[in-house]
Design a protein around this ligand. Structure first.
Ligand code: PGA
Length: 249
């Protein structure tokens, strides 16, 4: 079954989340996909309470790259787990660009998430300039190798790689299916070289960047991807339910 991940970004207050979830749960066809809602930290406890036993998983959108102590304003892996996070997005390009997250910090975050038994949705992707310079494969390789450094092969079972070209996020532009296939091939080759062929076959790779109700059917036909990461198009519950229905199982 494909994974469909909603990334709410910095949207929705607690009361809005409550309304969203009531609406969403009553209409969504859960047999179509494994659904994960990645929410602002402030909404996790509310979502945990409302989604308990629903089969819909909850994710966070970030965590601190240290485990505790003097980090005013940060949220630890342990705190996220306690609030119900089963997944956490790490390395989103908005965090890499706006908050200057680098691969070293991303590597630390991945290790902390796994230590706290939180599965990782690890985002990678090239910028427009890198794409134009035909550097996509090189960029993906570096992002993967730096961030997965020191991990054991069995830990990859708890990591989903999200291929999200930076130029496709929130722009309405999407790569050709062939380009997504090539990127996924690159990702699996790096995993095969650094871990094993078995790990490369097994690792889940999803696509994200301007996925909407019109293109989800076509993108989800790509055999080598295991799902979709959806930003803007997940914010309306009715719209998101329709997208889930229209995604190829
Ligand atoms: P988008 O966002 O679907 O709005 O492009 C995707 C993401 O940022 O994960």
């Amino acid at each position: 079954m494909k994974k469909i991940i909603g990334n709410f970004k910095m949207n929705k207050t607690n009361s809005e989340i409550k309304e969203y979830i009531m609406n969403f749960v009553s209409k969504v066809d859960k047999s179509r996909a494994e659904i994960i809602l990645c929410l602002p930290s402030t909404a996790l406890s509310t979502a945990k309470y409302l989604l308990d036993g629903s089969g819909i998983a909850i994710g966070a959108e970030n965590l601190c790259d240290e485990e505790g102590g003097k980090n005013t304003g940060e949220v630890s892996g342990e705190m996220l787990k306690d609030c119900g996070a089963e997944y956490v997005i790490i390395g989103h390009s908005e965090r890499r660009v706006k908050y200057r997250e680098n691969n070293r910090s991303i590597n630390k975050k991945i290790k902390i998430a796994l230590k706290n038994r939180i599965k990782v949705i690890f985002c990678i992707g090239e910028s427009l300039a890198e794409k134009n310079l035909m550097k996509t494969a090189e960029v993906l390789k570096t992002q993967l190798e730096d961030a997965l450094k020191g991990l054991y092969e069995n830990e990859l079972e708890n990591i989903v790689i999200a291929y999200e070209p930076v130029w496709a996020i929130g722009t309405g532009k999407i790569p050709m299916n062939k380009d997504i296939e090539d990127a996924v091939k690159t990702i699996r080759k790096v995993i095969a070289d650094d871990f094993s062929n078995k790990a490369a076959e097994k690792i889940e790779v999803v696509y994200g960047g301007s996925v909407d109700n019109k293109n989800c059917g076509s993108i989800s036909k790509i055999k080598s991807i295991n799902g979709l990461l959806v930003g803007g198009a997940c914010l309306d519950p009715i719209n998101f339910c329709q997208l889930i229905r229209d995604t190829k199982a």
